[in-house]
Design a protein. Structure first.
Length: 488
């Protein structure tokens, strides 16, 4: 029986190798070129490493629409949330030095940090910061709708209320990673950015990797973010993630990502001890299937988890550790099979071009597991309906107000404040209301019904309220209540 089992095992091994492509580079290149065309993407860079070697490293398309500037393996792109793994590594190095422990209370390192619940404030640990289980709703508006510093963003978290049981749920939370970056600074005596540069990037030889978006301003060979504007692929403004740097601000290139992946696939040597390295990739929290990537509809994993800066699921009997990075007009994905000394990294400069997932799984099939699935076609079918539904329609019937505003439009103007979300200034221009949010977001408000208005950009509703004296006293956006300040 044992001999039969061994023969079957060997037979499976031979079958696996028989299924591997004889020219995986050519097949991957063909998928990328077709995918980039079908997704109408502008530029990509893709790098694959296997057994300590770079086996694929190629740029595609342009860095900026309307130019002839080609993407290559030195083109600087945004790591986005794949930065989180770098921040987790930095904390791991401090764990090895005895300056931090994964289950230290955050207050031990950041005495001023707090959220609305005093008990969570007291019990919150560094591990909680890295695993999206702290109980608060996503708070990305703190950095995406204002020009606040990291310190001010973290200070405003004192108003963050619990929306699910502490450590018994999951909501993706960038702000907690920003706090983790401040822990790195407090424990090491140098800023998060300096720690990454001096302790990680330089020792590994990642000489074209920079902690912040602002670090690459004015440099050559840097991508520009793009998205469809009125159906035309266009350059869009860069939304800097520098204020939450530890969550997603690192800029790098494909060749440096090859170095990064080889370092991780080598067990984190020489920067991490083996036990600490393993902890980074140990599942920390189970993620419900409905909260995971839509690709689970295709990969059909048995389990989905999150480690310390890594999403995880099983794929063809292996553990896949991976993470995406997404900013408006910029994308990334990194995937690792530690068991097979294999990694793939994709950068792009077109908004949510989910071809990145197809490249990840196709590369695994071509270089590791075998298989002839058309990942581009399947991923395109999976994501494209939602992408098409998000496009504005020029044939929709204009919304007609049922009843006019309750008060003259001038009555709605003024300054409205919220302790966590900041300041909204409503003004009147050419007979229409406009709203400026934290001097960063400008919205045109269209009247819908009595005291209900809707933003022309994004469609968010604003419902004004007024007091018994007939004065507007506040405005609701969803369940968020903004208070109108007295006129000066």
């Amino acid at each position: 029986m044992r001999k039969t089992f061994l023969l079957l095992l060997l037979g499976s091994s031979f079958l696996l190798h028989a299924q591997l492509s004889s020219n995986p580079q050519s097949e991957l290149d063909a998928l990328i070129q077709k995918g980039l065309k079908d997704w109408e993407g502008l530029g990509l860079s893709v790098v694959v490493v296997k057994d300590g070697q770079t086996v694929f490293n190629k740029g595609y398309g342009l860095t900026k629409v309307g130019t002839d500037e080609q993407v290559d393996d030195q083109t600087l792109m945004a790591m986005g949330s794949t930065t989180k793994a770098v921040t987790a590594l930095a904390l791991g190095m401090l764990v090895d030095e005895g300056k931090v422990h994964w289950d230290d209370k955050v207050l031990d390192h950041l005495p001023g940090f707090k959220v609305a619940d005093p008990w969570i404030t007291r019990e919150l640990t560094i591990r909680d910061l890295l695993t999206h289980r702290a109980g608060m709703a996503n708070a990305d508006f703190l950095w995406s709708t204002a020009n606040w510093s990291t310190a001010e963003i973290l200070d405003r978290m004192r108003y963050a209320e619990t929306v699910y049981p502490f450590r018994s749920g999951y909501i993706y939370q960038n702000i907690m990673y920003a706090a983790a970056g401040e822990v790195v600074a407090a424990a090491s005596g140098m800023s998060w950015a300096d720690f990454l540069t001096q302790r990680i990037f330089k020792p590994l030889g990642m000489n074209r990797t920079f902690p912040f978006h602002r670090d690459v301003a004015g440099m050559a060979n840097v991508v520009v973010p793009h998205d469809k504007v009125n159906g035309v692929l266009s350059e869009i403004p860069m939304l800097s993630a520098d204020a939450i740097g530890a969550a997603g601000s690192v800029m790098s290139c494909a060749s440096d990502m090859a170095i990064w992946m080889k370092f991780l696939l080598n067990g984190g040597e020489p920067l991490l001890q083996t036990e600490t390295f393993r902890e980074l990739f140990t599942p920390q929290i189970v993620i419900p299937r409905e909260s995971f990537y839509p690709t689970t509809q295709l990969t059909k994993p048995n389990w989905t988890t999150y480690g310390l800066g890594w999403f995880q699921h099983d794929y063809k009997g292996r553990i896949l550790n991976y993470h995406t990075g997404s900013l408006p007009g910029l994308i990334a994905i990194c995937g690792l099979l530690l068991s097979d000394d294999f990694g793939v990294y994709v950068f792009g400069n077109t908004d949510h071009i989910e071809l990145r997932h197809a490249i990840l799984y196709k590369a695994i099939d071509l270089f590791v597991t075998g298989g002839d699935r058309d990942w581009h076609d399947d991923i395109f079918r999976l994501y494209q309906p939602s992408a098409a539904a998000a496009l504005p329609s020029n044939t929709s019937t204009p919304f007609k107000s049922v009843l006019p505003p309750s008060l003259p439009l001038e009555s709605y103007t003024g300054i409205y404040t919220h302790p966590m979300r900041g300041e909204a200034v409503v003004s009147l221009s050419e007979g229409k209301l406009q709203l400026s949010l934290n001097d960063r977001i400008e919205l045109n408000l269209q009247h819908r019904h009595t005291d209900l208005f809707q933003a022309a950009q994004g469609g968010q509703f604003f419902r004004f309220e007024w007091n018994p004296q007939g004065k507007v006293s506040g405005v609701y956006t969803g369940n968020i209540h903004w208070i109108r300040q007295p006129d000066k």
